[in-house]
Design a protein around this ligand. Sequence first.
Ligand code: ADP
Ligand code: MG
Length: 486
Amino acid sequence: MTEEIRSKYQAVIGLEVHAQMLTKSKAYSSDVNEFGDAPNTNVSVITLGHPGTLPKMNKRTIEFAIRMGIACESDITEFQSFDRKNYFYPDLPKGYQITQDRTPICENGRIFIKDDNGNEKAIKITRIHMEEDAGKSIHDVDVHDTLVDLNRAGIPLIEIVSEPDLRSSQEAYNYVTEVRKLVRYLEICDGNMEESSLRCDANISVMLKGAKEYGRRVEVKNMNSIRNVQKAIEYEIERHIELIEKGEIIAQETRSFDALKGTTISMRSKEAANDYRFFPEPDLLPLTVDQKQIDAIKAEMPALPRDLFIKYTKELGLSEYDAYNITDSKEIALFYEDIVSCTSNHKAAANWLMGDIKSYLNHKGKEITDFPISAKTIGELIAIIDEGKISSTVASQKVFPALIEDASKSPISIAESMNLIQDSNEDSIMTYIDEVIAKNPSEVERYKNGEKQLTGFFMGQLMRVSKGKADPKAANQLMRSALDKL
Ligand code: ADP
Ligand code: MG
């Protein structure tokens, strides 16, 4: 497609994200909520919807949903009830899902993302409601039959529905990244898209730029990574534009993403869509949430990535780049918080974390939670560099690896025992300078004749004779004045 045609159109995207809650038990029963257990082991008569059994609401799910609502600055609904969404499917033993059709737990929220120009943009959140997951139909294990695992049936979900505020596949990518970051910070969902604990349906339409009305939308499902959400949307945008350019009409339908081909295929048209026959769930009491409960949950909430980002850029003087990278993961941000509680050199703390520490973790395939050196020790390491006792190069190349080997030692004791303490004593530096000058008469002559760039050469020599221990800052000044006096 030519850039000229493409640029006539504006994409409009709204996302529905399902997040599995990290509760111990299921949404309406005491069955264990655990990924990867042997199939059909966490399945009681309640999950199976046997006649005479009654669901009971899991309190933790409500708390988790409210956490997300608070994080999205939503209104929390005071009086809530539950509804049945009826449909027949082999992995839905009850024949319906218990959901919140009429009274979602949260409404009118917003999530901040970066737009395509790198500016902050608020994406409105229409609603967040609680519901339960269906079981899993497995098509690729047995050649003849579809297998059903009901362990997943009844696992609590929240569904986060955005307004159609997103304008490109990149914005959609950024949005899902933010949602995943939020649920992870809030510790309500592990955010793992490969294991489907976080799933995203994308609604996509295109319209001519400047048009007043949105185009006909298509819903795409089955993307198992954020990158695939972006790819599916990109594919759909182009497909829509091509159809419109040919004068064809977009069919309102649900499509499935094929990750191998990078394309989407039609699953069902909206005309043939299920009529879910929602009706009030008669077996669950309505739920009331009062301000006191909301305040109690708010009081327990961790700092959120956006708050930390603002703190790091506005108060600690970090660049947006550093602040974004540090707040990308809650564990990294918590470690950073620990380091800066031990040092006032916030920039050095960021550099150590995103530099030597991150590369060590990447190299070893470890998480920050497995990092052997304590934040306090990193603070001490930064301090002895700032005091001029060791250079940053020596700290990175010698002391840091030694600390990895034995994290119980202090940086200063390592620097001392490895004989790394920097010499900033003027007299001893002058001795090195005299030696360098005496050993290199021809370079001295050239320097005197105006080749000032030889300072670098002399500094190199000085580092050699001092075995890297001369404090480079002090040595540099002394060297220049010594040479200029000749
Ligand atoms: P449904 O119940 O059919 O899924 P909703 O009204 O709940 O319909 O909308 C679902 C999603 O579709 C929302 O995320 C919304 O932002 C998005 N959406 C609605 N209209 C459009 C449109 N014209 N283009 C893209 N997305 C849209
Ligand atoms: Mg939908």
